[in-house]
Design a protein around this ligand. Structure first.
Ligand SMILES: [Zn+2]
Ligand SMILES: [Zn+2]
Length: 271
């Protein structure tokens, strides 16, 4: 089974378009590319209902759309029998776990992705950002502390682009990296969440899949399941390089992929 469980519901020019017509455009693209099931995961900070969770100016500026409208569009498409799932890409904010859970409680999510885009106020995938501010060693150490806390929070079903901190290249020494991978895989296993294998990194300065092969192998060794992602922000990018993400997962030993329905996970054959 081929699934793409990370995409943003936009029109072909990348403007927010939380309508059933927009969902249908993605469903057509999925059919063209042989993707069996897709899940929408709009960024959480676009919704006015989440405004009280954020401090970042860039997030507050975007907090103007209606979460009910987004959920309504995806649910309606689902009720019409289209192969779509309702999700959200949620930024993990330490100390706001209870408020985050309260915002999402009323909605019929199939799954929630947990992301770490900001660490201590610095952008992880920005240039200059966290890595430039703290240097690669401290940036990676702190990023993975946040990711492990996101896993342990109990808020999420899968962790998006789990080593996003490599986004534009600089890395700590191999020993530190190896240790961070192992420690992070331990925490994810204990938390019982999935990790995402994402093709998005191929189109970032680092030009690599997320996560690194050793981290993915460490996850596989611990029985941590995976979800698959293009992270498309327009329908034309749906499924992009998913074949490479599937190959990456297979190389790490994976034979199944996770699918979700109302936050219940089951495993399907990969590919
Ligand atoms: Zn993201
Ligand atoms: Zn995304």
């Amino acid at each position: 089974m081929i699934v793409d469980y990370h995409m943003h519901l936009r029109d072909p020019d990348e403007r927010i378009d939380h309508t059933v017509a927009a969902v249908e455009r993605y469903v057509e693209a999925a059919a063209d590319r042989g993707v069996d099931e897709i899940g929408f995961t709009e960024h959480v900070y676009y919704f006015e209902q989440t405004r009280h969770l954020w401090d970042e100016e860039s997030m507050l500026e975007r907090c103007v759309y209606d979460l009910d409208r987004y959920v309504g569009a995806v649910v309606e498409a689902k009720e019409r029998g289209l192969p779509v799932k309702l999700g959200l890409e949620v930024d993990y904010v330490a100390g706001r776990e209870r408020e985050t859970a309260e915002v999402f409680a009323p909605y019929p999510w199939d799954y929630l992705l947990g992301s770490v885009h900001f660490v201590d106020g610095f952008g992880v995938d920005q240039m200059p950002g966290l890595v430039e501010k703290l240097g690669p060693h401290e940036a990676w150490r702190r990023y993975f502390v946040w990711l492990r806390n996101a896993a342990r929070s109990g808020l999420f079903d899968s962790l998006s682009h789990p080593d996003l901190v490599k986004h534009h290249g600089p890395r700590p020494d191999p020993e530190t990296t190896a240790w961070l991978h192992e420690e992070t895989a331990d925490a994810i296993e204990a938390a019982g969440v999935c990790v995402e294998v994402s093709a998005a990194g191929l189109h970032k300065p680092v030009s690599e899949l997320y996560p690194d092969r050793p981290l993915l192998e460490a996850c596989h060794a611990r029985g941590i399941p995976i979800t698959l992602a293009s992270d498309a922000h327009v329908p034309q990018d749906l499924g992009r390089d998913l074949d490479r993400a599937v190959a990456h997962a297979r190389d790490a030993g994976y034979e199944t992929v996770s699918v979700f329905d109302r936050r219940q996970r089951r495993q399907e054959p990969l590919g």
